[in-house]
Write a protein that binds this ligand. Structure first.
Ligand code: URP
Ligand code: ZN
Ligand code: ZN
Length: 472
């Protein structure tokens, strides 16, 4: 009888710290043995010439998130997680978003119903807190953290989500007491609304002015404020979707002062720029996201931060709205002023190939750093490590086998999301995940997705070690 369910043979296995020529023996969905010349498996996969990497952990993506009246996300847990699997990602962490007036528990329960029976890879939830009432602060949030929802996002902007500094202080105090990770969307809401009014008054409402309404200054100010609040409460925070130089400088300053400030960035800040918001006609709407893509100089700052450890996490911030859709980028079927364009770009499936090709392929980061940013460190940040994010004995056998030489011209036709465009259309990349295993099951192989819808399991998150306070 075969000792293993699956053996991946002859590949180059890389983790966040090591690179080794070895086989991977998988039993009961877990990595059971690493070594050379392993005994036979029921299924044998030859990975000669390929890289065997931990499946990606996409720790920031939006799937089937309830939206304001008239808008709808294009991807639910089915299409979103299929797209993830086909792009080498085996764990996703989308957001259970609390609407104002809604109980936080009700938001989490509703999100479970949305995920139920649909996911094809494993998933955990972050929470979004838009209404930190006494009940949320004293009862619901502490209880939910103890039940395995150990991270939550705070918005400093967006009218229906934003919290004031006092509310942020109260939430960070709960994060500190309970050991949760707080994620911050750092942009100054009042600066944005003032600039938006000025632009509209001057008749400047095309998609490209979205970028003008949110210059780096608004991100820099909010990043600094978030850091100061975190310092006051003495609790680490993770600043999401950092877009460029001025926010990065604030984070470097915080690191220089010994503060535990973690940072995330995303593909759109590496390969898109303000020019992509300025496409012909209304097409710039496809790249409207917040913070907006910047310019080449800012891209370089983001690359430097990826290489030198300023960033801990590289996520997609997949926020899927179709372009030709009255519930998407053209609300009500119209080309609307930029302030009404739903924010976000799709990118679950392209996150890893873009960073691999532009980063590892072009020598900007090494393979270990690639694994750390895309799998190991997000798993650590959100309490999923060592079950997820690495290839080690006892870890879930979530593995992406990469052909590092495969040339692909990105096209929306190749992708599996339900969005009708990709902002990366026509981009040439080298390196693509050709096989993906989730808990030892091959779900994507040589261009074919094949897995039972609903096989993905909900993951309760542990208290993340990086969230512990310094106890100053
Ligand atoms: O524009 C973006 N990033 N949309 C998604 C929501 C968010 O703020 O992450
Ligand atoms: Zn955000
Ligand atoms: Zn987001």
């Amino acid at each position: 009888m075969e000792q293993f369910d699956v053996v991946i043979r002859n590949g180059t296995v890389a983790t966040a710290s090591d690179i080794m020529q070895c086989d991977v023996g998988i039993k009961d969905g877990k990595v059971a043995m690493l070594g050379r010349g392993l005994p036979a498996g029921k299924r044998e996969i030859d990975a000669a010439g390929k890289l065997v990497l931990p499946g990606g952990v996409d720790a920031h993506c939006h799937l089937d998130q309830p939206m304001e009246e008239g808008l709808k996300m294009a991807d639910d847990f089915r299409s979103g997680t299929i797209s993830a699997a086909c792009g080498g990602t085996t764990t996703v962490i989308p957001f259970a978003a609390q609407a104002r007036g809604q109980s936080l528990r009700a938001a989490v329960e509703d999100y479970h119903r949305r995920a139920e029976g649909k996911a094809v890879v494993d998933y955990a939830f972050h929470m979004i807190i838009s209404d930190p009432t006494e009940k949320v602060l004293k009862e619901e949030l502490p209880q939910l953290i103890r039940e395995g929802y150990t991270s939550f996002k705070i918005y400093m902007t967006y009218d229906d989500m934003k919290l004031n500094d006092r509310q942020i202080l109260d939430l960070l105090a709960v994060a500190r007491r309970e050991g949760a990770m707080a994620m911050i969307h750092a942009e100054n809401a009042d600066c944005i609304s003032w600039l938006t009014e000025q632009l509209e008054a001057a008749g400047l409402s095309a998609p490209k002015y979205h970028g003008h309404s949110r210059p780096m200054l608004v991100e820099r100010e909010a990043t600094h404020r978030a850091i100061a609040i975190s310092e006051l409460v003495d609790v680490p925070i993770l600043i999401v979707h950092v877009s460029g130089k001025e926010a990065i400088e604030q984070i470097r300053w915080a690191h220089g002062h010994g503060l535990r400030i973690y940072a995330e960035t995303c593909p759109q800040y590496l390969v898109l720029s303000a020019d992509d918001l300025d496409q012909d006609g209304y097409h710039g709407a496809k790249c409207v996201c917040s913070p907006p893509p910047r310019d080449k100089e800012n891209q370089q700052y983001v690359w430097d931060g990826l290489a030198d450890g300023l960033f801990t996490v590289f996520s997609s911030d997949h926020a899927p709205f179709r372009y030709e859709d009255p519930q998407g980028k053209k609300p009500g079927g119209k080309e609307v002023p930029f302030r009404y364009i739903p924010n976000g770009t799709p990118g679950l499936e392209t996150r890893l190939p873009l960073l691999f090709s532009e980063g590892v392929g072009k020598g900007r980061i090494d393979l270990n750093r690639f694994v750390a940013l895309t799998a190991t460190d997000p798993a650590k940040m959100y309490g999923l490590y060592p079950r997820k994010g690495t290839i080690a004995i006892g870890a879930d056998a979530d593995i992406a086998i990469w052909d590092p030489h495969k040339d692909v011209t990105i096209s929306n036709d190749l992708l599996h999301h339900d969005v009708d465009y990709t902002p990366y259309e026509g981009m040439q990349v080298t390196g693509w995940p050709v096989t993906t295993l989730s808990r030892g099951e091959v779900v994507w192989n040589e261009g074919q997705f094949d897995a039972r819808i609903g096989r993905g399991e909900f993951l309760k998150c542990g208290l993340p070690d990086p969230a512990r306070p310094k106890k100053r």
